[in-house]
Write a protein that binds this ligand. Sequence first.
Ligand SMILES: Cc1ncc(C[n+]2csc(CCOP(=O)(O)OP(=O)(O)O)c2C)c(N)n1
Ligand SMILES: [Mg+2]
Length: 366
Amino acid sequence: MASSKQTQTSVANFEVFYSQVLNPQGELVAPLPYFACDTDELIALYKNMVLTRSFDSKAIALQRTGKMGTYASSLGQEAIAAAIGHAMKAEDVLLPVYREYGAMFQRGVAMHELFLYWGGDERGMCYANQPQDFPIAVPIASQVPHAVGIAYAMKLRKEERVAVVVIGDGATSKGDFYEGINLAGAWNLPVVFVTINNYWAISLPREAQTAAQTICQKSIAAGIPGEQVDGNDVIGARNRISKAIEKARQGGGPSVIEPITYRMFDHTTADDASRYRDPEEVEKHKQFDPIMRMRKYLESINLWSEADEQQLNDECSAKVESEVKIYLDTPPQAPESMFDHLYAELPKAYQAQRDELLNQGGKRDG
Ligand SMILES: Cc1ncc(C[n+]2csc(CCOP(=O)(O)OP(=O)(O)O)c2C)c(N)n1
Ligand SMILES: [Mg+2]
């Protein structure tokens, strides 16, 4: 009787890599990347992270005291944003989510513009110094198809530019992401997908998000490379993101980079994470802090001292305070501005509402 066993042969093999340069103790565990020979660059990365953290704690304080609206904190994720900001060229296009403040600062977005945005004023997303970058994307993964379209345009125009799109681990479950990486692969587009794995998507933990063993392996289905990097190691993250960007710039196609980090704060100021996660888990992740490890490293090579730290803290506080002042001194938009930029020609129903609002004048306060 013939055997019923059907022979299978291996037709494809894949591996998923993880890398790190600086460990949580601030020690080098891999050769220093080329860019890091420039000590000014290392200090700039560190300063960017510290400034972002000052901004972040001030933003939370503004929200808590009723001077700003809901805010999404970047606490613990500063290294990824610094790495992205430093890896990109000015002419590239950034499509962020809502925690990449350091990258935005590095690219010229003003702090008061971000305060304005989170204060409910859309003018904050009309960056004076970086008009081609995209606004913060609250609708999850909606920026991915935009990034792919931008990268297609760059390719069509034969420009040596790259679109860098950031999304969270939760967002990689959306169809927009799968469709985006598929098209980017099929058309070999200059786009880098930075899929930040901070373990949480509001209250949904990473293991409940997907059965995939890693987030970046989703790239395999799209035929493009994907890899993990320690997202709290600013040197390693900067290196791997730069490599992906420069490869895309040279016509080498898209990549997925999955920085591993942890969301240290509540999802936003409107959330209370203690209702769904163990505070001990948060406590445990403090030891992986990206700022602390970079400071330790800089001190170990005599590039940083206590006096430098003090001076930097003073500079950051002064910068943040002056930007808060600009924000608080900005007169609010007229209420009827909510009808602006919706249609080239406002439909009758909206026109009527706008007229009603204008006719009400100051009566509502009476
Ligand atoms: C299309 C859409 N669906 C749902 C939401 C509600 N929402 C806001 S943030 C979020 C989770 C996002 O998690 P992740 O992508 O991991 O990013 P993180 O907040 O962790 O940075 C969800 C579901 C939304 N903003 N947009
Ligand atoms: Mg997440």
